[in-house]
Write a protein that binds this ligand. Structure first.
Ligand code: URP
Ligand code: ZN
Ligand code: ZN
Ligand code: ZN
Length: 499
């Protein structure tokens, strides 16, 4: 049957360590692990000798088809998940972000509608908090208890569009704490950025080089510290998305050393490239590197961020994939503050982290698994279905050849953009096979994805990893899985089996 797969002779890597062994997969689930397994006839066998078997990457931070800064990001849920899979990522988490005054539930429904039939791999959703009211609070509760969303991102930047004030942040964190949800934050001081931008533009600094000047490291570090302070007032754990500077990373490390549950996410972009191209006279190249917080022009920043991942100062890697074509980026030609913010990375994150982490000798393969998959699964309460190669886990598996190399290029990538910020980077480690819920979607290097193969994964409240150090005994009694929210239509099922 095509539902059965035996992966032989690989080195199985989990966050906890490595072991040699065979893995038997049936109906999308890992059913046996070991040696000399007794396997039904007709099972497909893949020989993984000399390769690592990694839990599929989880990218907890992407924006597909995101309406942002007057544009819609170019990768949709089909292209985005296809690109993810080609690079060894088998699950993504996107953000349903309402505009101010808009309903969170409507935005959630819109994202489910956009994604459900398009995703080639499993996905989950965070929700954005861009304004505050009793209605927002009520909708957060419904999202948590009935829609399978356990995480909310607040914006301390993008004033006028997405930013909320400190008192609103306080109420949002308090609500997350009451619900048992994960509070996430984009930490930059949005007021300072607006003032700095106006001043730069009036002085005639209009090109992409103005972007980083308007939002230096301390503007990120100040907001990171402020978010930690506010979260602490209401006893709420905190997840800081896209940590882009050493100063902000150090703030997170400081709170962690005090025993506070703060988590920090580094990005493929921040580890694999830097902000120097933003000063290039090639506008297209410069604009392709514009994101927020900015890629830092100090090339040492990327090494420091990898060091923080190695020392557990940071815990997670994402991509913040939010791609815009050169044509879309061109709208900011005469005003850096209008360049749509966002970069690629969902496809190349695994390679970039392997190259800068494992290949450079800074981290081990188990730590690689931890920061590309396991920790995200634990924080968002998907573990151990996701984030592990274990009995009963989803068969999201990458067969990774550490001895092969590839060179990243927009000419060969699967993303919907014409520029790749990692252009020309040589990476060791190639995903030769990528198994997504038991289906071989990269087959000896050949990409064979199926639109609609993925499913929405509800994320239950009170992730034990996040809450165990804070929750009361009464709350711990509430640690229960959500009811099954998977709503697979008959159409989707038949689509899965046409190939
Ligand atoms: O520049 C970025 N990061 N674009 C995506 C939106 C966000 O802030 O995550
Ligand atoms: Zn952000
Ligand atoms: Zn983002
Ligand atoms: Zn099938």
């Amino acid at each position: 049957s095509q539902n059965r797969l035996l992966i032989k002779n690989g080195k199985i890597v989990n966050a906890t360590g490595m072991q040699d062994g065979d893995v038997f997969v049936e109906d999308g689930i890992i059913k046996q692990i070991g040696t000399n397994l007794i396997i039904p006839g007709g099972t497909r066998v893949i020989d993984a000798r000399g390769r690592y078997l990694l839990p599929g990457g989880i990218d907890p931070h992407v924006h597909f088809s995101f309406e942002f800064m007057g544009q819609t990001s170019a990768d949709d849920f089909y292209q985005g998940t296809k690109a993810a899979i080609s690079g060894g990522t088998t699950m993504i988490i996107d953000f349903a972000i309402p505009k101010k005054k808009e309903s969170l539930l409507e935005q959630y429904d819109k994202y489910r509608l956009m994604a459900d039939d398009k995703v080639c791999c499993d996905y989950a959703l965070h929700c954005g908090i861009t304004w505050w009211s009793d209605k927002v609070k009520q909708e957060m509760e419904i999202l948590c208890k009935e829609r399978g969303v356990n995480s909310f991102k607040a914006f301390m930047a993008y004033k006028d569009d997405l930013m909320i004030r400190d008192d609103e942040l306080y109420k949002m964190f308090e609500t997350c704490r009451q619900l048992g949800a994960v509070a996430m934050v984009h930490a930059e001081n949005g007021d300072i950025i607006v003032e700095n931008s106006k001043k730069l533009l009036s002085k005639g600094v209009k090109g992409p080089e103005g972007h980083e000047q308007s939002r230096p490291e301390e503007v990120e570090a100040e907001a990171t510290n402020r978010a930690c302070v506010i979260a602490k007032q209401v006893n709420c754990p905190l997840y800081v998305v896209h940590v882009m500077s050493k100063e902000a990373g150090d703030v997170i490390s400081k709170y962690r050393e005090q025993g506070w549950p703060v988590y920090g996410e580094a990005l493929a972009a921040g580890l694999g490239t830097d902000g120097r191209p933003c000063c290039s006279s090639n506008y297209g190249l410069a604009a392709a590197h514009i994101m927020s917080p900015p890629l830092r022009s100090d090339p040492a920043t990327k090494e420091r961020l990898m060091d923080l991942l190695a020392s557990d100062g940071l815990q997670v890697t994402g991509s913040d994939n939010c791609t815009f074509s050169s044509k879309q980026k061109a709208v900011g030609q005469n005003d850096f503050s209008k360049i749509p913010n966002g970069v690629n990375g969902v496809e190349d994150r695994m390679s970039v982290v392997w190259e800068k982490g494992v290949q450079s000798g800074k981290i081990t393969p188990p730590r690689f698994v931890e920061i590309t998959s396991t920790n995200a699964a634990k924080i968002f309460n998907l573990y151990p279905s996701k984030g592990a190669i274990g009995l009963g886990s989803d068969a999201d598996i990458v067969i990774w050849n550490p001895n092969k190399t590839r060179v990243i290029s927009a000419k060969t990538h699967h993303q919907a953009t014409d520029i790749n910020i990692f252009e020309g980077m040589e990476c060791h480690g190639v995903p030769e096979y990528v198994i997504v819920s038991g289906r071989v979607c990269v087959d000896d290097g050949e990409l064979k994805v199926v639109q609609g193969h993925g499913r929405f994964n509800p994320t239950p409240l009170y992730p034990p990893t996040v809450y165990d150090s804070l929750a009361t005994e009464a709350e711990k009694a509430n640690y229960a899985p959500l009811p099954d929210l998977i709503t697979e239509t008959a159409d989707q099922v038949s689509q899965l089996h046409v190939n």
